[in-house]
Design a protein around this ligand. Sequence first.
Ligand code: PHE
Length: 360
Amino acid sequence: MTDLDTLRQSWLTRIADASDEQTLEQVRVGAIGKKGEVALKMRELGKMTPEERQTAGPALNALKNEINSALIARKTALADVALDERLRTEWLDVSLSPRPRQQGTLHPVPQVMEEVTAIFADLGYSVAEGPQIETDWYNFDALNIPSHHPARAEMDTFYMARAEGDQRPPHVLRTHTSPVQIRSMQDRGAPLRIICPGRVYRADYDQTHTPMFHQVEGLALGRDISMANLKWTLEEFCRAFFDVEGVELRFRASHFPFTEPSAEVDIRCSWAGGQLKIGEGDDWLEILGSGMVHPKVLEAGGIDPTEWQGFAFGMGIDRIAMLKYGIPDLRAFFDSDLRWLRHYGFGSLDVPTLARGVNR
Ligand code: PHE
């Protein structure tokens, strides 16, 4: 029996020393596998006398069971160690914030949209929205721009691809926010006071033009709204937006198919020392287009032009953001460069509200 004891000792030690599952498996094969040492011992039972076999048989079986149990226990222990190790290295503090607090900033475009909305809300305007993919009727015809009108070509329109034989009306990426005027008149009738901020698209790309940019449209309809109301409204807006008391606007006669008369509006500014200052100096910067809504446009919106009249204007949001915050290149607005965003962006707590004012 002493050689069985030696056998037991030697295999139990090897099991205890196995430091991974692979080694443990080799130990198992060597001890109790088909050709393992215990199996070889069992073969010797055949050569024994029945008396010898009666004690040796159960002893060998007990040894086999003991080794087997030790193997299972060791296997479980190794798995526990591996799991502990995994838990230790894959540990994650879920209470940690993913990035340092307050690092994110608001892009100047939504910031300026908020500012514009806050100012016009104060003047009694509500916000209206429309689709960015428009029928050419809403984008052009309803705004008194019939097909073959030169204004269609001037706007560098993106047309949606059409399958051959498609009978639906042609669709475009809206070239301005003016189609929202028509949709709002149809939905809400007169009197009406709305602004429509949103994305617009034109095939154009240089320092002051990007193929997608932002406009805000304004529309006020009433029984006796006049150019004088338009002038006051825009001056009031610029005073609040640029935070300049003596802001001065210049109305230049212009032409838009959807307004009559029409005016482009410039703001007085100075470029002294390469720095733009609004409200002083001898330079003028164009900031928007405007005019009295054309009777045909009112009709397209389902409104009786003998009863109602009003003004409309359209302003580039990116453009006024550049002016207010001294941003020189429009293309950088859409580059998603984090350094640019950190420089020109706004802390989330800077969002303007009517109560706190739009200028801080
Ligand atoms: N829709 C014009 C443009 O995009 C701007 C405008 C709007 C002019 C409303 C007059 C009235 O250029």
